[in-house]
Every structure is written in structure tokens, then in C-alpha cells.
Design a protein around this ligand. Structure first.
Ligand code: S3P
Length: 173
């Protein structure tokens, strides 16, 4: 199946997918979609509530369903997905079919600084958030990298620089 010409942002929690996605959608005059927000709307529940009541496996099924739904229904959009989405091989295949995948790569220390007071990410709550960030990131590294058409190291970049990098790369295609 031909690519749907979407730009998809992947990366760890706190890498800026949503912020970058919204700004990029203005810049490129495209509609923005955020799979976490779409899932919350459909389920009428916040992600942390879905994790607490139905569990992570159920959430992962919803993620795959949402990707398949987007594949059927959208093109020419900017799409941001949850940090864990590319972990499943099935999801990586759908992401590639959906469009150009841009990986916002970030260091664990930067994630910790950005999210140390966050209460919305169930996977980072409780003891030793720093350790959780490092081990999750290590376990996901290869999945992110092999799914990506482009990798951007975002730690030292301003939002403007990130937007310029992405538009110059995607515009070249
Ligand atoms: C998750 C990332 C979150 C959200 C859920 C699980 C993950 O999205 O999908 O809490 O497994 O990394 P963000 O990456 O937008 O925070």
C-alpha cells in the first residue's frame, strides 16, 4: 500500500512529540493528531485511568487499533504517538505504512528533568523514576531506531531548530 504522506513523531516520553507536533502542524498547514488524545477521547478516560483499571496490555491493544484506524482514515497529517507505540513490531509496520517517521531522540537525564514532577505517565510513577527512565529507554532504543526514517537528537535543540530540521528533511522527499 502506498504511503499516506503523514509525518509521524515517535520518541520517549518527554521528548516533545506533542509540542513539536502542534507547532509543526501550524508550520506545514496540516491537521495534527495525537494517538494518546484520540484514545482518551474514544475511551472517555485518561491514559492513567486506563492503565489503572484495564491494565497496560489493554492500553497496548487500543494503541494498535488506533493506528489501524488512522491508516484507514487519514493522510497528509502530523501524527504524534505514545512513547511505547513503536515497541510492538506490528505497530512499527503500521507506522511505516502511515508515512515518514521522525524519531525525537533524547537523553535520559533530559527526560528526568522534564518529567520529574509529572503525574500523568503511569510507567514513571513510584520509586526510582530515573532508573525506570534509563531501563525503559535502553529496552526501546533499537525499536525506535529501526522504525525511524530520520533521527533528531533534540536535547540541545530549540523548538525552532527542531521544526526547521524536520521541514527541511520532509520537504526534500
Ligand atoms: C507511554 C507513553 C505515554 C502514554 C502512556 C505510555 C510509554 O505517551 O502513551 O503513558 O509507554 O512510553 P507520551 O510518550 O506522549 O508521554
Amino acid at each position: 500500500m502506498a504511503k499516506k504522506n503523514n509525518v509521524i513523531l515517535i520518541g520517549f516520553m518527554g521528548s516533545g512529540k506533542t509540542t513539536v507536533g502542534i507547532r509543526l502542524s501550524y508550520r506545514m498547514r496540516r491537521i495534527f493528531e495525537d494517538t494518546d488524545k484520540l484514545i482518551e477521547k474514544k475511551q472517555q478516560k485518561e491514559i492513567k485511568e486506563i492503565f489503572a483499571t484495564e491494565g497496560e496490555d489493554f492500553f497496548r491493544k487500543l494503541e494498535t487499533q488506533m493506528l489501524l484506524e488512522l491508516e484507514e482514515t487519514v493522510k497528509d497529517r502530523i501524527i504524534s504517538v505514545g512513547g511505547g507505540t513503536p515497541v510492538k513490531e506490528e505497530n512499527r509496520e503500521i507506522l511505516k505504512r502511515l508515512g515518514t517517521v521522525v524519531y525525537l531522540r533524547i537523553r535520559p537525564e533530559t527526560v528526568y528533568e522534564r518529567l520529574k514532577n509529572d503525574t500523568t505517565r503511569p510507567l514513571l510513577q513510584g520509586e526510582d523514576p530515573k532508573g525506570k527512565i534509563c531501563s525503559l529507554m535502553e529496552s526501546r532504543k533499537d525499536a525506535y531506531e529501526c522504525c525511524a526514517d530520520y533521527i533528531l537528537d533534540v536535547d540541545e535543540l530549540s523548538i525552532e531548530e527542531i521544526l526547521q530540521e524536520i521541514t527541511s528533511k520532509v520537504g526534500e522527499e
